[in-house]
Design a protein. Structure first.
Length: 366
């Protein structure tokens, strides 16, 4: 009989900039943005909206009300959009996220098992910043995928052992449509990110061959993809068909999509979940105006239960809200709004969203 595994997924986690400044070891606050030159300004913006934030906070402070839920999962996977580094060699790209390496307990306190790194911020502080990120994660035993010292490492999955009940393989891919510079792509001789060339069948077959290299019986295979823009609910057909092909022809069990700052619709295709866009889980955007209609401070943790043969058995969503740079439980009105929007976006895929008594949601599918 196939065993069951519960995986907890999040969207973008940005522990740099404002969040880093309230932790015990803040980085040099100097920024190179057009309008903001000091990372502490983002803390001040959050305080203007929601009140004072004590400093320094504990390492587990940013996770707030979510810690008790995250610890219920067997595996926790986040898209880490922050370089963990002392480096001062910033890349001139407008926005640069950096967390001090001594603040790494912020991730270990949440028992993070895997950070996917194929995104548009992991190299914000250059090659030195990327390499230090890899070394810091390795030092504390957090797996990673999607970036590496060369193409081989960048393409390799994080392998999470499940104590005799199979493994979870996490492959991470990034697209230039999400803002990843093409020159960040890892090569045989240079470090960088696992950037997808396109969504062609040739790319699908290359991924299938890569999966075949690592996959063993009872392995659950995740494809984590950083794709698309930051705003808007429309899901490109190219994303949908690529997801279908990965499931049909590349042995993928779960699609973990991210890049949008707000949550997108969810599809269950042949008993395999497709999370097109998980939204931001943690950032320092409080007090920044624009795009208010998306209510991007509201997000989810996604708890996906599958068998070791890769079949979906349960899908729970735990709602979150960023307040004082900390994840909190949203109020009833906001949870109702989240249900309304998610229900609307999932309807096109034949999925239902049910709000249960404890305030969380369950996804239904046919």
């Amino acid at each position: 009989m196939a065993q069951k595994i519960t995986l907890c997924f999040s969207g973008d986690v940005m522990t740099g900039r404002g969040v880093d400044q309230i932790l015990p070891h803040p980085s040099n606050p100097v920024l190179y943005e057009s309008y903001v030159k000091d990372a502490r300004h983002y803390v001040e913006l959050a305080e203007k909206v929601n009140g004072p934030i004590p400093r320094p906070v504990s390492y587990n402070y940013p996770w707030g009300d979510t810690l008790k839920h995250m610890k219920d999962a067997d595996v926790r996977i986040i898209n880490l959009e922050t370089s963990i580094t002392y480096s001062e060699a910033y890349v001139d790209k407008g926005i640069n996220y950096r967390m001090h390496p001594k603040n790494i307990p912020c991730l270990t306190e949440a028992d993070i098992d895997c950070c996917v790194l194929a995104n548009n911020h992991v190299m914000d502080w250059g090659t030195a910043g990327l390499l230090e990120t890899l070394e810091t994660l390795k030092m504390v035993g957090i797996g990673y995928s999607g970036a590496g010292r060369d193409r081989t490492e960048a393409c390799a999955p994080a392998i999470i052992e499940m104590g005799g009940n199979g493994r979870v393989l996490v492959f991470s891919f990034g697209c230039t449509s999400s803002g990843i510079p093409q020159y960040w792509k890892a090569t045989e001789n240079s470090s960088g990110v696992n950037v997808l060339d396109d969504f062609s069948m040739e790319t699908v077959e290359r991924i299938n061959q890569l999966v075949t290299t690592y996959k063993q019986p009872n392995d659950v295979v995740v494809a984590s993809i950083h794709w698309g823009g930051n705003w808007g609910y429309e899901i490109p057909l190219t994303h949908r068909y690529f997801a279908y092909h990965l499931i049909d022809q590349a042995q993928i069990d779960i699609i973990h999509g991210h890049s949008s700052h707000h949550f997108l619709g969810i599809e269950v295709y042949k008993q395999k979940p497709i999370l097109y866009g998980c939204g931001d889980l943690l950032n320092d955007y409080e007090g920044i105006t624009g795009h208010e209609s998306y209510k991007a401070q509201l997000g989810f943790l996604y708890f996906v239960e599958v068998t070791t043969t890769g079949e979906l058995t349960s899908f729970q969503l735990v709602p979150t809200e960023i307040k004082k740079l900390q994840l909190k439980w949203p109020n009833k009105k906001d949870r109702r709004w989240m249900q309304k929007v998610l229900k609307r976006e999932c309807k096109q895929f034949g999925a239902q969203v049910n709000l249960v008594d404890n305030g969380s949601f369950f996804l239904g599918w046919t």
